[in-house]
Write a protein that binds this ligand. Structure first.
Ligand code: ADP
Length: 517
C-alpha cells in the first residue's frame, strides 16, 4: 500500500498563485497536495514519494525538464507515474506532443481548465497509482516467497548432505565388521547365510545413504545408475527380503512365481530392487489382513516382465493415471500409507524409465485389487557380477605396510583388522600428530587418512607429509565421508594421491592397494 508521501499530488505551475489555487481545490476534496517552486524541488519531492504530478506546460518550456524525465526513466518496472499536464497552447501543439512523448503516462488538460476535469483527472491518477503500489506489494510478496523457498531448498540440501555424512561414519565400521565375519566364516551354513544377509543389507543401507545425497537429483530425474547384467531372481530375492517385514506385519500372503530359465536385465541391481520393494510394500500396505499378493516374473518378447498383483483396496479408474504423480495419494488411502509421502510410485516410474522400461497399473476399481506391471529390456547373457566378497588367499597386499589414521576408533580398528586379514602389516593411530610420528617410525607405503579429525586434520597431515623429503614415495589415500567433486579437488590440492568415500568398498580398496607399488 502507498505511504502518505506516496499519495501526494505534487504541483508545479508557472506562478505560485496558480499552484496555490490548484492545491486549494484538491485539498478541499481531501487530496494531499504540495507545491514545488522549481523543477529541482519537484524532483526532490518525487524521490521522497509521489502519487500524481501536475505540471504546467510552461514548466516544460521554461525549465530544463530533463531531471523529471530521468526520474521517470529510473522507475521500477511496476511504476508508471501519472502526470497531468495543463497546456497553454492546446493539447495538439508540437511542444505538448513532445512533452507527452517524454513524460509517458500523461493526461492533458487544456486551459482554461474546468474544475471537474482537474478533479476527475487527479482522482483517476491517484487510483491508478494505488493500483501500481498494490502490484508492487504483490510482486514483492511473490519474490519473497520464492526466495524463502529457495532458502528452504538450500537448507534441505545442506541438511541432507550433513545427515548422509553423519550416517556414513557408523556405517564404515559396520561394513568392515561384516567383511571380517565373512573372512572368518564359520562352518555353520546358517552363520554364512546371516553374513550374506548382513552384507546385502549394509550395502543397501550404504546406497540409500548415497541416495540421500542425491535426493534432489532423483526428483529431477538425474541419478546415476551403476548398471551391470543382473538376474531378475536376484533382484526379486533382495526386494522380497526388504519388504518381508512389511508383508508379514500386514498379515498378507505372498506367492512368488519365477521362471525356470534365468532372465537377465542390464541395470542397477539396487535401484531395481528398490522398484520391486516399493511395489511390494504398497501391495502389502493397501491390502487388508488375510489378503493375497502375487509376485510373478516372466520373459515375454525380449522383455523381462514383473507383475505385482494384490487383492487390496484397488484404485478408481479416474485415479489410475495419476498415482505415479509426485505426492499423489488417493483419499481414504492416506491412513494406510504409513507415513509415506506419495513419492514411492514417482520414484518407481522414474527409475524404470531410466532403465529404458515402462510401468503401468490396472485395477477394476475400489475393493477390486490392483496390479502393477514393470517391463524392462531383457539381455541374453550373464557377466560375472561385481562386488564379490574379498578373499584372504592371495589378496595381493601381503606384507604391505599400511597406516590407518582415523579418530573414529571403531572405524580405524575394524579397517585395521580387515587389512591384517588380507595380509597387510597395519598400524593404527587416531590423530594427525600421531600420524606424522608414525609415518616417520613405521615407514608405511600407504596411509589411509581420515579428513575430519580434531586438532590436525587430514589436509594438514597431507600437506606436512608432502613438505618432507624423507616421506617421499608415501601414497596418501583420503578416506572421508565427503565425496563431492569439490571435496576431491581439495584432497588433491592438499597432496593426496587417491580419494575414497566412506564406508570404502573393501573390494575397491583392495584393488587400489594391489595396483600401488
Ligand atoms: P505412498 O504409498 O507413500 O502414499 P506411493 O507413491 O507409493 O506413495 O503411492 C501413491 C498412492 O497410490 C498411494 O497413496 C495409494 O493411494 C495408491 N496406491 C499405491 N499402490 C497401491 C496399491 N497396491 N493398491 C491401492 N492403492 C495403491
Amino acid at each position: 500500500m502507498p505511504t502518505e508521501l506516496e499519495r501526494r499530488i505534487l504541483v508545479h505551475a508557472p506562478t505560485s498563485k496558480d499552484s496555490e489555487l490548484t492545491c486549494e481545490v484538491l485539498r478541499e476534496k481531501g487530496m494531499d497536495c504540495e507545491i514545488c517552486d522549481d523543477v529541482q524541488s519537484l524532483v526532490q519531492e518525487m524521490e521522497r514519494g509521489v502519487g500524481v504530478v501536475i505540471l504546467a506546460e510552461e514548466a516544460f518550456v521554461r525549465d530544463n525538464i530533463r531531471p523529471v524525465v530521468e526520474f521517470l526513466e529510473r522507475q521500477a518496472a511496476w511504476s508508471d507515474l501519472p502526470i497531468i499536464m495543463v497546456t497553454r497552447h492546446g493539447a495538439d501543439s508540437p511542444s505538448v506532443t513532445e512533452a507527452a512523448k517524454l513524460l509517458g503516462n500523461v493526461t492533458l488538460l487544456e486551459r482554461p481548465t474546468r474544475l471537474n476535469a482537474l478533479l476527475t483527472a487527479a482522482k483517476a491518477g491517484l487510483r491508478a497509482r494505488r493500483r501500481q503500489f498494490q502490484a508492487r506489494d504483490l510482486l514483492l510478496a511473490r519474490t519473497r516467497a520464492e526466495e524463502s523457498l529457495r532458502q528452504a531448498d538450500r537448507r534441505k540440501d545442506e541438511f541432507l548432505a550433513t545427515l548422509a555424512h553423519e550416517l556414513r561414519n557408523p556405517l564404515a565400521p559396520l561394513r568392515n565388521s561384516v567383511h571380517i565375519l565373512q573372512l572368518t566364516a564359520s562352518d555353520d551354513p546358517a552363520v554364512a547365510r546371516l553374513c550374506e544377509t548382513m552384507e546385502r543389507q549394509v550395502t543397501h543401507l550404504v546406497r540409500l545413504v548415497d541416495d540421500l545425497l542425491e535426493v534432489s537429483r532423483i526428483t529431477r530425474g538425474k541419478i546415476e545408475l551403476r548398471k551391470e547384467n543382473v538376474e531378475l531372481a536376484a533382484i526379486a530375492r533382495n526386494a522380497i527380503e526388504t519388504s518381508r517385514p512389511v508383508i508379514d506385519a500386514a498379515k498378507v500372503q505372498l506367492a512368488i512365481s519365477l521362471p525356470q530359465e534365468p532372465i537377465y536385465v542390464h541395470g542397477d541391481p539396487v535401484r531395481l530392487a528398490q522398484v520391486v520393494a516399493n511395489l511390494l510394500n504398497n501391495a502389502a500396505k493397501y491390502t487388508n489382513e488375510g489378503g493375497q499378493i502375487w509376485f510373478t516374473a516372466r520373459h515375454e518378447n525380449g522383455e523381462a516382465v514383473i507383475s505385482i498383483r494384490d487383492t487390496g483396496i484397488g484404485i478408481a479408474a479416474d485415479l489410475l493415471p495419476k498415482v505415479f504423480d509426485m505426492f499423489m495419494q488417493v483419499d481414504g488411502a492416506t491412513e494406510r500409507s504409513q507415513g509415506g509421502l506419495g513419492i514411492g510410485l514417482t520414484l518407481v516410474r522414474s527409475l524404470v524409465e531410466l532403465h529404458g522400461g515402462s510401468v503401468y497399473v490396472r485395477s477394476d476399481g475400489p475393493g477390486m485389487g490392483s496390479e502393477f506391471v514393470v517391463r524392462l529390456p531383457a539381455v541374453a547373457e550373464e557377466r560375472a557380477p561385481a562386488g564379490l566378497a574379498p578373499t584372504a588367499a592371495a589378496s595381493g597386499i601381503e606384507s604391505r605396510r599400511i597406516l590407518v589414521v582415523d579418530d573414529n576408533v571403531d572405524s580405524a580398528k575394524t579397517l585395521g583388522i580387515l587389512l591384517k586379514y588380507l595380509g597387510a602389516d597395519v598400524q593404527i593411530v587416531h590423530s594427525g600428530v600421531d600420524a606424522i610420528e608414525a609415518i616417520g617410525k613405521f615407514q608405511p607405503g600407504v596411509v589411509l587418512l581420515d579428513i575430519g579429525m580434531p586438532g590436525m586434520d587430514g589436509y594438514e597431515v597431507a600437506r606436512r607429509v608432502r613438505e618432507r623429503r624423507e616421506f617421499e614415495g608415501v601414497t596418501l589415500i583420503a578416506l572421508t565421508g565427503w565425496g563431492q567433486e569439490d571435496d576431491r579437488r581439495r584432497t588433491r590440492e592438499a597432496g593426496f594421491d587417491h580419494h575414497l568415500v566412506k564406508p570404502a568398498d573393501i573390494v575397491a580398496l583392495q584393488s587400489l592397494l594391489v595396483t600401488l607399488k
